[in-house]
Write a protein that binds this ligand. Sequence first.
Ligand code: MN
Length: 279
Amino acid sequence: MLLYTRGSTYLLPLLLSYFLPLQQSIFLSLQGNKKIYFASDFHLGVPTYQKSREREDRIVRWLDSIRHDAHAIYLVGDIFDFWFEYSSVVPRGYVRLLGKLAELSDSGIKLIFFKGNHDMWMFDYLHKELNATIISNELILEYGGKRIYVHHGDGLGPGDGKYKLLKKFFRSPFCQWLFARIHPNLGIGIADKWSRNSRIANDQKEEFLGEEKEWLVVFSKEVLQKEHFDYFIFGHRHLPLDIKLTENSRYVNLGEWIHFNTYAVLDEFGALELKTFEG
Ligand SMILES: [Mn+2]
Protein backbone atom coordinates (compact mmCIF):
# COMPACT_ATOMS: atom_id res chain seq x y z
CA MET A 1 0.00 0.00 0.00
CA LEU A 2 1.31 3.39 -0.96
CA LEU A 3 1.60 5.56 2.11
CA TYR A 4 3.28 8.89 2.03
CA THR A 5 6.03 9.56 4.47
CA ARG A 6 8.33 12.49 4.76
CA GLY A 7 11.95 12.83 3.82
CA SER A 8 13.52 10.88 0.99
CA THR A 9 10.85 8.16 1.13
CA TYR A 10 8.30 10.92 0.49
CA LEU A 11 9.70 11.88 -2.89
CA LEU A 12 9.87 8.40 -4.34
CA PRO A 13 6.18 7.49 -4.09
CA LEU A 14 5.27 10.97 -5.30
CA LEU A 15 7.49 10.58 -8.35
CA LEU A 16 6.22 7.07 -8.94
CA SER A 17 2.60 8.16 -8.67
CA TYR A 18 3.31 10.76 -11.34
CA PHE A 19 4.64 8.27 -13.85
CA LEU A 20 2.33 5.38 -13.12
CA PRO A 21 -1.20 5.48 -14.55
CA LEU A 22 -3.71 7.05 -12.16
CA GLN A 23 -5.75 3.90 -11.72
CA GLN A 24 -3.73 1.64 -9.47
CA SER A 25 -5.21 -1.35 -7.78
CA ILE A 26 -4.76 -2.22 -4.16
CA PHE A 27 -6.12 -5.52 -2.99
CA LEU A 28 -7.23 -6.13 0.57
CA SER A 29 -8.77 -9.21 2.01
CA LEU A 30 -10.75 -8.64 5.16
CA GLN A 31 -12.24 -11.05 7.62
CA GLY A 32 -14.34 -10.58 10.68
CA ASN A 33 -17.89 -10.52 11.95
CA LYS A 34 -18.34 -6.79 12.22
CA LYS A 35 -19.53 -4.20 9.74
CA ILE A 36 -17.85 -1.89 7.31
CA TYR A 37 -19.21 1.63 6.92
CA PHE A 38 -18.82 3.93 3.94
CA ALA A 39 -19.56 7.65 3.69
CA SER A 40 -18.28 10.50 1.54
CA ASP A 41 -18.68 14.13 0.56
CA PHE A 42 -19.02 15.83 3.93
CA HIS A 43 -17.48 18.92 2.28
CA LEU A 44 -16.61 20.36 5.68
CA GLY A 45 -15.74 24.03 5.55
CA VAL A 46 -18.61 25.27 3.35
CA PRO A 47 -20.87 27.16 2.97
CA THR A 48 -20.27 28.93 6.32
CA TYR A 49 -18.41 28.09 9.50
CA GLN A 50 -21.69 27.64 11.41
CA LYS A 51 -23.34 25.36 8.86
CA SER A 52 -20.20 23.31 8.53
CA ARG A 53 -20.00 22.97 12.33
CA GLU A 54 -23.59 21.73 12.52
CA ARG A 55 -22.75 19.13 9.85
CA GLU A 56 -19.55 18.17 11.67
CA ASP A 57 -21.54 17.67 14.91
CA ARG A 58 -24.00 15.44 13.01
CA ILE A 59 -21.13 13.38 11.56
CA VAL A 60 -19.68 12.95 15.04
CA ARG A 61 -23.09 11.72 16.28
CA TRP A 62 -23.17 9.28 13.35
CA LEU A 63 -19.68 8.00 14.22
CA ASP A 64 -20.78 7.48 17.83
CA SER A 65 -23.83 5.55 16.63
CA ILE A 66 -21.80 3.07 14.56
CA ARG A 67 -18.75 2.56 16.75
CA HIS A 68 -20.17 -0.49 18.55
CA ASP A 69 -20.09 -2.71 15.46
CA ALA A 70 -17.70 -0.96 13.06
CA HIS A 71 -14.69 -2.94 11.94
CA ALA A 72 -13.64 -0.19 9.56
CA ILE A 73 -14.87 3.19 8.36
CA TYR A 74 -14.22 4.17 4.76
CA LEU A 75 -14.34 7.90 4.10
CA VAL A 76 -14.62 7.97 0.33
CA GLY A 77 -13.36 11.44 -0.54
CA ASP A 78 -14.32 15.13 -0.26
CA ILE A 79 -14.46 14.94 3.52
CA PHE A 80 -12.99 18.44 3.54
CA ASP A 81 -14.05 21.04 1.02
CA PHE A 82 -10.40 21.97 0.83
CA TRP A 83 -7.39 20.30 2.35
CA PHE A 84 -3.71 20.86 1.81
CA GLU A 85 -0.93 19.68 4.06
CA TYR A 86 2.24 21.70 4.25
CA SER A 87 5.23 20.06 5.95
CA SER A 88 4.49 21.91 9.19
CA VAL A 89 0.97 23.34 8.75
CA VAL A 90 -2.52 21.89 8.26
CA PRO A 91 -5.80 23.78 7.69
CA ARG A 92 -7.61 25.13 10.78
CA GLY A 93 -10.81 23.56 12.06
CA TYR A 94 -12.44 20.13 12.05
CA VAL A 95 -11.13 19.33 15.55
CA ARG A 96 -14.32 17.51 16.61
CA LEU A 97 -14.23 15.20 13.61
CA LEU A 98 -10.50 14.61 13.88
CA GLY A 99 -10.75 14.07 17.65
CA LYS A 100 -13.59 11.56 17.26
CA LEU A 101 -11.74 9.72 14.49
CA ALA A 102 -8.62 9.58 16.69
CA GLU A 103 -10.70 8.10 19.52
CA LEU A 104 -12.23 5.46 17.21
CA SER A 105 -8.88 4.63 15.68
CA ASP A 106 -7.33 4.25 19.14
CA SER A 107 -10.16 1.89 20.07
CA GLY A 108 -9.18 -0.39 17.18
CA ILE A 109 -11.47 0.74 14.32
CA LYS A 110 -9.66 0.96 11.00
CA LEU A 111 -9.89 4.25 9.13
CA ILE A 112 -9.48 4.54 5.40
CA PHE A 113 -9.45 7.94 3.68
CA PHE A 114 -9.84 8.24 -0.07
CA LYS A 115 -8.55 11.32 -1.81
CA GLY A 116 -11.43 13.27 -3.35
CA ASN A 117 -11.20 16.01 -5.94
CA HIS A 118 -11.51 18.60 -3.14
CA ASP A 119 -9.07 17.02 -0.72
CA MET A 120 -6.53 15.19 -2.88
CA TRP A 121 -3.62 16.82 -1.10
CA MET A 122 -3.49 14.46 1.85
CA PHE A 123 0.00 13.23 2.54
CA ASP A 124 1.12 11.71 5.84
CA TYR A 125 -0.67 13.80 8.50
CA LEU A 126 -3.85 11.71 8.78
CA HIS A 127 -1.79 8.55 8.74
CA LYS A 128 0.44 9.83 11.51
CA GLU A 129 -2.32 11.29 13.68
CA LEU A 130 -5.16 8.84 13.04
CA ASN A 131 -3.30 5.79 11.79
CA ALA A 132 -5.52 6.12 8.70
CA THR A 133 -4.72 4.48 5.39
CA ILE A 134 -4.78 6.97 2.53
CA ILE A 135 -6.02 5.68 -0.83
CA SER A 136 -5.13 7.69 -3.90
CA ASN A 137 -7.35 6.01 -6.47
CA GLU A 138 -9.44 2.88 -6.26
CA LEU A 139 -9.47 0.14 -3.68
CA ILE A 140 -10.62 -3.37 -4.44
CA LEU A 141 -12.00 -5.12 -1.41
CA GLU A 142 -12.85 -8.71 -0.87
CA TYR A 143 -15.15 -9.12 2.09
CA GLY A 144 -17.97 -11.48 3.06
CA GLY A 145 -17.48 -13.37 -0.21
CA LYS A 146 -18.05 -10.20 -2.22
CA ARG A 147 -15.76 -8.28 -4.54
CA ILE A 148 -16.14 -4.56 -4.08
CA TYR A 149 -14.76 -1.67 -6.11
CA VAL A 150 -14.41 1.59 -4.17
CA HIS A 151 -13.32 4.96 -5.60
CA HIS A 152 -14.22 8.59 -4.95
CA GLY A 153 -15.52 8.68 -8.53
CA ASP A 154 -13.77 11.72 -9.99
CA GLY A 155 -12.19 11.42 -13.43
CA LEU A 156 -13.87 8.11 -14.27
CA GLY A 157 -16.16 7.25 -17.17
CA PRO A 158 -16.73 9.10 -20.44
CA GLY A 159 -16.22 12.84 -20.87
CA ASP A 160 -14.86 15.52 -18.52
CA GLY A 161 -11.49 15.65 -20.31
CA LYS A 162 -10.76 19.05 -18.82
CA TYR A 163 -11.01 17.75 -15.25
CA LYS A 164 -8.95 14.64 -16.06
CA LEU A 165 -6.14 16.87 -17.29
CA LEU A 166 -6.50 19.18 -14.29
CA LYS A 167 -6.35 16.18 -11.95
CA LYS A 168 -3.02 15.07 -13.46
CA PHE A 169 -1.70 18.60 -12.99
CA PHE A 170 -2.98 19.01 -9.42
CA ARG A 171 -1.61 15.63 -8.43
CA SER A 172 1.81 16.24 -9.95
CA PRO A 173 4.63 16.58 -7.40
CA PHE A 174 5.75 19.77 -9.11
CA CYS A 175 2.36 21.45 -8.70
CA GLN A 176 2.15 20.34 -5.07
CA TRP A 177 5.68 21.54 -4.39
CA LEU A 178 4.88 24.88 -5.98
CA PHE A 179 1.65 25.33 -3.99
CA ALA A 180 3.45 24.52 -0.75
CA ARG A 181 5.80 27.46 -1.45
CA ILE A 182 2.85 29.90 -1.18
CA HIS A 183 2.21 31.22 2.33
CA PRO A 184 -0.75 29.25 3.82
CA ASN A 185 -2.79 32.42 4.46
CA LEU A 186 -2.65 33.15 0.75
CA GLY A 187 -2.66 29.58 -0.60
CA ILE A 188 -5.58 28.33 1.50
CA GLY A 189 -7.32 31.70 1.04
CA ILE A 190 -7.23 31.37 -2.75
CA ALA A 191 -8.27 27.71 -2.60
CA ASP A 192 -11.18 28.49 -0.26
CA LYS A 193 -12.47 31.22 -2.56
CA TRP A 194 -12.25 28.87 -5.52
CA SER A 195 -13.93 25.96 -3.77
CA ARG A 196 -16.77 28.24 -2.61
CA ASN A 197 -17.88 28.47 -6.26
CA SER A 198 -18.70 24.78 -6.43
CA ARG A 199 -22.30 23.61 -6.79
CA ILE A 200 -22.35 21.95 -3.39
CA ALA A 201 -21.05 25.07 -1.63
CA ASN A 202 -23.99 26.92 -3.16
CA ASP A 203 -26.53 24.45 -1.81
CA GLN A 204 -27.41 22.96 -5.21
CA LYS A 205 -28.91 19.49 -5.23
CA GLU A 206 -27.89 17.14 -8.02
CA GLU A 207 -30.44 15.46 -10.27
CA PHE A 208 -30.44 11.95 -11.65
CA LEU A 209 -29.62 11.93 -15.37
CA GLY A 210 -30.92 8.46 -16.21
CA GLU A 211 -28.85 5.29 -16.31
CA GLU A 212 -27.48 5.88 -19.82
CA LYS A 213 -26.16 9.30 -18.92
CA GLU A 214 -24.93 8.61 -15.40
CA TRP A 215 -21.22 8.36 -16.17
CA LEU A 216 -20.37 6.23 -13.14
CA VAL A 217 -23.03 3.71 -14.21
CA VAL A 218 -21.44 3.69 -17.69
CA PHE A 219 -18.00 3.28 -16.13
CA SER A 220 -19.12 0.42 -13.85
CA LYS A 221 -20.74 -1.42 -16.77
CA GLU A 222 -17.50 -1.11 -18.75
CA VAL A 223 -15.50 -2.55 -15.86
CA LEU A 224 -17.99 -5.43 -15.61
CA GLN A 225 -17.19 -6.44 -19.20
CA LYS A 226 -13.67 -7.28 -18.06
CA GLU A 227 -14.01 -8.19 -14.40
CA HIS A 228 -16.76 -9.06 -11.95
CA PHE A 229 -17.59 -6.92 -8.96
CA ASP A 230 -20.60 -7.45 -6.72
CA TYR A 231 -20.65 -3.81 -5.69
CA PHE A 232 -19.31 -0.52 -6.99
CA ILE A 233 -19.20 2.15 -4.30
CA PHE A 234 -18.57 5.79 -5.21
CA GLY A 235 -18.99 9.26 -3.81
CA HIS A 236 -18.54 12.40 -5.92
CA ARG A 237 -21.97 12.30 -7.62
CA HIS A 238 -23.66 13.86 -4.55
CA LEU A 239 -26.74 11.71 -5.11
CA PRO A 240 -27.62 8.66 -3.04
CA LEU A 241 -28.12 5.92 -5.65
CA ASP A 242 -28.54 2.17 -5.54
CA ILE A 243 -28.75 0.82 -9.08
CA LYS A 244 -28.87 -2.77 -10.25
CA LEU A 245 -26.28 -3.16 -13.03
CA THR A 246 -26.72 -6.89 -13.68
CA GLU A 247 -28.32 -9.82 -11.85
CA ASN A 248 -25.48 -9.88 -9.33
CA SER A 249 -23.91 -6.44 -9.44
CA ARG A 250 -24.94 -3.07 -8.00
CA TYR A 251 -23.76 0.51 -8.14
CA VAL A 252 -24.12 2.43 -4.90
CA ASN A 253 -23.47 6.14 -4.63
CA LEU A 254 -22.97 7.45 -1.11
CA GLY A 255 -24.66 10.82 -1.71
CA GLU A 256 -23.51 13.75 0.43
CA TRP A 257 -24.07 15.18 3.92
CA ILE A 258 -25.43 18.63 3.08
CA HIS A 259 -28.86 17.35 2.04
CA PHE A 260 -28.93 13.57 2.45
CA ASN A 261 -26.79 12.28 5.37
CA THR A 262 -26.46 8.93 3.63
CA TYR A 263 -23.98 6.13 4.17
CA ALA A 264 -23.57 2.49 3.21
CA VAL A 265 -23.06 -0.47 5.49
CA LEU A 266 -21.67 -3.85 4.54
CA ASP A 267 -22.44 -6.65 6.97
CA GLU A 268 -20.58 -9.85 7.81
CA PHE A 269 -22.67 -11.79 5.27
CA GLY A 270 -21.71 -9.47 2.44
CA ALA A 271 -25.04 -7.60 2.24
CA LEU A 272 -24.73 -3.93 1.35
CA GLU A 273 -27.33 -1.36 2.34
CA LEU A 274 -27.61 2.37 1.68
CA LYS A 275 -29.00 4.15 4.74
CA THR A 276 -29.83 7.61 6.02
CA PHE A 277 -28.58 8.90 9.37
CA GLU A 278 -31.50 10.48 11.21
CA GLY A 279 -29.78 11.51 14.43
MN1 MN B 1 -17.83 16.07 -3.65
